[in-house]
Design a protein. Structure first.
Length: 170
């Protein structure tokens, strides 16, 4: 297993072929989400695997008309759960819950890539609209939408900032 290779090769995919994702792979993605590290072991995250075309269409509209959300076989709506995050006060609610979801998403994206799938982290959307579309209770906050599917094309890697710009050894 060469994890750094997977990290470097993963791309944001915005074009998908029409092909269903096998259930065993979807199950692996779910496992990756729930086995991710969790701040204070809160596990303050909830995920909705959306296959319904009408709901994906509405999510695309709420996400500034990013059509590729609709075109993916699955769109995962990733939410924080403030009820769970309250255990650590305001910091738990405002920060730990987002850390939990973020760690889960990254692990799931790497497992998706390992299985030949493409993903894209979508944060540009109208949060209130997504909450209404998904009929979310007040304690669940959508923080990302991840379309998942088999890539129609794989783009070149975007430039990265240098280690010197990103990392400082103290």
């Amino acid at each position: 297993m060469d994890i750094i290779k997977v990290v470097r090769e993963r791309r944001s995919i915005r074009k998908f072929i029409e092909k269903d994702i096998p259930e065993d792979i979807l199950s692996s993605l779910m496992d990756a989400l729930i086995w991710a590290p969790s701040a204070g072991n809160l596990q303050s995250r909830r995920f909705f695997f959306v296959k319904d075309k009408k709901i994906k269409h509405l999510l695309s509209g709420a996400a500034l008309n990013q059509r590729f959300i609709h075109d993916a076989p699955v769109a995962i709506v990733c939410c924080t759960d403030s009820n769970i995050g309250r255990h650590y006060g305001q910091r738990g609610k405002d920060l730990y819950t987002i850390q939990d979801v973020s760690a889960s998403i990254m692990g799931m994206m790497l497992v998706a890539h390992e299985n030949g799938l493409g993903t894209c982290w979508v944060g540009a959307f109208h949060e209130e609209d997504v909450s209404k579309i998904m009929n979310l209770p007040r304690n669940l906050r959508p923080v990302a939408i991840i379309p998942v599917g088999f890539p129609a094309m794989i783009p070149q890697p975007p430039p990265r900032i240098s280690r010197q710009e990103a990392v400082e050894i103290v």
